[in-house]
Design a protein around this ligand. Structure first.
Ligand SMILES: [Zn+2]
Length: 419
């Protein structure tokens, strides 16, 4: 698969929207018009070019050289050079994918079919491309970290996050996908063969490093988890100042497990009581923390009297162990309370991993593939009948996308030459 040891050469490719193929061929012959078109495009996006670190990038570009692309039937591409730092930018017109003969229009259809849940094999049948080609396109977009793409859309780094890991499979091995979500946007989708705290810290640390690179003072104020030990301890290690909450819905679903041997209807009744309790505490904005402690004690006593002291005691101990995490959720109105959004994202991603199981083996490019899927998840608009129809997750969260075309957005936002 794809090897990552080629860091010596900077990718300073920029995708530029020429609106029309004919426009591109027109300006191609006129150097001045070409440079002006490219600069105007970059200015309209509000992006900056990734000059060398020493350069203040005064926006001076000269046309550097051109070369013909043999693989694309002799298409001419221009390279522009900064006159100050000598950084060279390759200008890729919107109708070309980097290093690929596949046309964006073909990739678009195949990607949307994949995103919609069709297996890579079926996408390939419908779109007449090989499953491997589709897999590689997704991996290519996945070379760019989600943080890079989302901050380019103007989204602020998330101060409150949902962190959780999906338990999945790679052939017969158990694997884990440590994930960070804020609202409808995936900020991190990692991959780990181990569920140890060290492995999760490593994975979530990739997000932290990318975020700190963008904003050195970045801090997480609150993180919601489902209480899994490795996730909790990796959050403590990486974000020591953050409030750590436990998902309230997860708590609700766990209660019946604490009442083994009790009839289903009684367990269900007690779960409803617990649900009402958490719901009321969330609504009582002023007293909610005090109220929670009291109400939990009452509920445990009630369980003891209805189904026996042994059950009451087990639930009491469970409340004791978890209530700090529930307090943390109730104390701060900005804390997310439930990880429903994350569960939905996880199920969608897990279906895709399953659908492409032919590529999902220990030698595969898991990290790049998953990051590519995360981009699709964030940038493909919701379908016609959905709540936020026509908008993508980034837009729902208040971000801006460069154009009204999601495929073009994906191409532009994952260009290595923008900063
Ligand atoms: Zn420069």
């Amino acid at each position: 698969m794809r090897h990552r040891a080629k860091a010596t050469h900077h990718n300073r490719t920029i995708t530029v929207d020429f609106c029309d193929e004919s426009t591109y061929f027109q300006v191609l012959s006129d150097g001045k018009a070409f440079v002006e078109f490219v600069l105007a495009f970059i200015l309209a996006l509000g992006f900056q070019l990734a000059h060398k670190t020493t350069c203040r990038g005064g926006g001076c570009l000269t046309r550097h050289s051109h070369y013909a692309r043999v693989r694309l039937g002799g298409l001419t591409l221009w390279r522009l050079q900064c006159t100050t730092c000598k950084a060279v930018f390759t200008v890729l017109p919107h109708f070309v994918l980097r290093y690929r003969t596949m046309r964006p229009a073909v990739a678009r259809d195949a990607l949307i079919a994949t995103h919609g849940g069709l297996s890579l094999e079926w996408c390939a049948v419908i779109c007449h491309i090989s499953p491997m080609a589709l897999y590689r396109v997704i991996c290519a977009f996945g070379q760019h970290h989600v943080v890079t793409v989302l901050t380019r859309c103007g989204l602020p780094l998330p101060t409150y996050i949902l962190a959780d890991e999906k338990h999945s499979r790679c052939l017969t091995e158990r694997v884990y996908l440590p994930t960070i979500v804020r609202g409808r946007v995936i900020w991190h989708l990692g991959y780990s063969a181990s569920k140890s705290a060290a492995a999760f810290t490593e994975s979530y640390g990739v997000f932290q490093r990318a975020a700190l690179e963008y904003e050195p003072s970045y801090q997480v104020r609150g993180a919601l988890t489902d209480g899994f030990d490795s996730t909790v301890s990796s959050m403590r290690t990486l974000f020591p100042g953050a409030r750590l909450g436990f998902c309230l819905r997860h708590a609700l679903n766990k209660l019946p497990d604490k009442l083994i041997g009790v009839s289903a209807s009684v367990r269900q009744g007690l779960r409803s009581k617990f649900h009402a309790l958490l719901h009321r505490c969330r609504q009582r904005k002023s007293l909610r923390v005090v109220a929670l402690g009291q109400r939990l004690r009452h509920l445990a006593n009630r369980i003891a009297t209805t189904v026996g002291e042994a059950h009451g005691e087990r639930v009491r101990q469970w409340f004791q162990a978890k209530k700090a995490g529930w307090y943390a959720v109730l104390e701060d109105p900005q804390m997310p309370a439930m990880s429903t959004m994350l569960d939905q994202a996880h199920n969608a991603i897990d279906r895709k991993l399953f659908a492409m199981k032919g590529f999902h083996h220990p030698g595969g490019a898991q990290a790049a593939f998953l990051t590519g899927l995360a981009h699709l998840y964030n940038l493909i608009p919701y379908q016609r009948r959905a709540l936020n129809a026509g908008q993508c997750g980034v837009e729902v969260e208040g971000g801006r996308v460069p154009t009204s075309d999601w495929m073009l957005n994906l191409q532009i936002l994952t260009s290595g030459g923008f900063r």
